[in-house]
Ligand binder design. Structure first.
Ligand code: SAM
Ligand code: SF4
Length: 308
């Protein structure tokens, strides 16, 4: 369905938990528990979103693979909402053991967050000594033949940006997209101004040329001999709110129509009644605001609470 600004909303991100086994410097994840919907409740909500026009669903968090029932969540959401595309975003540390079950449950795309290929830097950024486990997860995902495997990387000036070349090389070697996401200001996240604008980063790679196939958020680039692409996602320097097609369902059953919005719409009172649930979902989508306001100094809630 369309929101009040005429944007077609067809993409739902479901945060299945706020909990995380990493503490990425930029994310703001702290001790965060709280109520979490069951697989059946996520499925009921997803069915209502489908009726409201959602065609693509991504499971995220916190760290979604922390939930022991993540494959059941995926299977139930897939059955209830029959999305054209079901994907997951993960830090990858548990991916090796869970990838096959996710694929069997209908997950077709995996986004793996990987900000550096240097073990010490990885530990410094994430608080976890887990680079080998994450790389093993990546290898497993590639070998299982998901429709798409993508790497998400956030660069912080002077922290991990000197490793950007090695991340770019992954797209030469493997059939995957490596997407650089501009650092967004999140509460509890890295406070200093360490964001590297996408244009500045691109100037470091003059051999990368634009290729078609943008999905509204990422601009894509490639070079001869590359098996995958480089994506630049610029929520700060090239605000894409006008073309935004997404809404978010939080792990406790509240809808957050916009990343930059404090207001949420609670679905919990309606989870048992499909008709009321649909009306609540449609009302939340309708209320999606025009966009975020980083340019006025706005900060987002910690990203683990909203799913990135
Ligand atoms: N734990 C999973 C992971 O890290 O992939 C899923 C949740 S995480 C919040 C989703 C995405 O948000 C990750 O790719 C992460 O890099 C990104 N992210 C977190 N904080 C961010 C920030 N302040 N600016 C830009 N991206 C951020
Ligand atoms: Fe956890 Fe993902 Fe946030 Fe890192 S970015 S702390 S892995 S939720």
């Amino acid at each position: 369905m369309k929101d009040r600004f005429g944007r077609e909303i067809d993409y739902l991100r479901i945060s299945v938990t706020r909990r995380c086994n990493f503490r990425c410097a930029y994310c703001g994840a702290g001790e965060a528990g709280g109520e979490e919907l069951s697989p059946a409740q996520f499925a009921a909500a997803a069915a209502a979103f489908r009726r409201a026009g959602i065609r693509k669903i991504r499971l995220t968090g916190g760290e979604p693979l922390i939930r022991g029932d993540i494959d059941e969540i995926a299977a139930r959401v897939n059955a209830a909402a029959a999305p054209d595309y079901l994907a997951i975003t993960t830090n990858g540390v548990l991916l090796k053991e869970k990838a096959a079950a996710l694929k069997a449950a209908g997950v077709r795309g995996v986004n793996l967050s990987l900000d550096t290929l240097d073990g010490d830097c990885f530990r410094q950024l994430t608080g976890a000594d887990a680079l080998p486990a994450v790389l093993a997860g990546l290898e497993t995902a590639l070998s299982l033949g998901f429709d798409k495997v993508k790497i998400n990387a956030v660069l912080l000036r002077g922290v991990n940006d000197d490793g950007a070349e090695k991340l770019v090389e992954l797209a030469r070697e493997y059939p995957l997209d490596v997407r650089f996401i501009e650092l967004m200001p999140a509460e509890g996240g890295e406070q200093r101004n360490l964001m590297i604008p996408a244009d500045e980063l691109l100037r470091r790679f003059p051999f990368l040329k634009p290729v078609p196939g943008g999905d509204g958020t990422a601009a894509h680039y490639s070079a001869p001999g590359f098996r995958g692409r480089i994506g630049m996602i610029s929520p700060v320097t090239k605000k894409f709110c006008n073309g935004c097609n997404r809404v978010r369902l939080l792990s406790d059953g509240r809808v957050k129509p916009c990343l930059g919005q404090a207001e949420t719409y609670d679905l919990r009172p309606y989870l048992e009644d499909a008709e009321q649930l649909y009306r609540a979902v449609a009302a939340a989508i309708e209320q999606k605001p025009a966009g975020h306001h980083f340019e006025r100094g706005a900060r987002l809630a910690p990203m683990n609470t909203i799913g990135g």
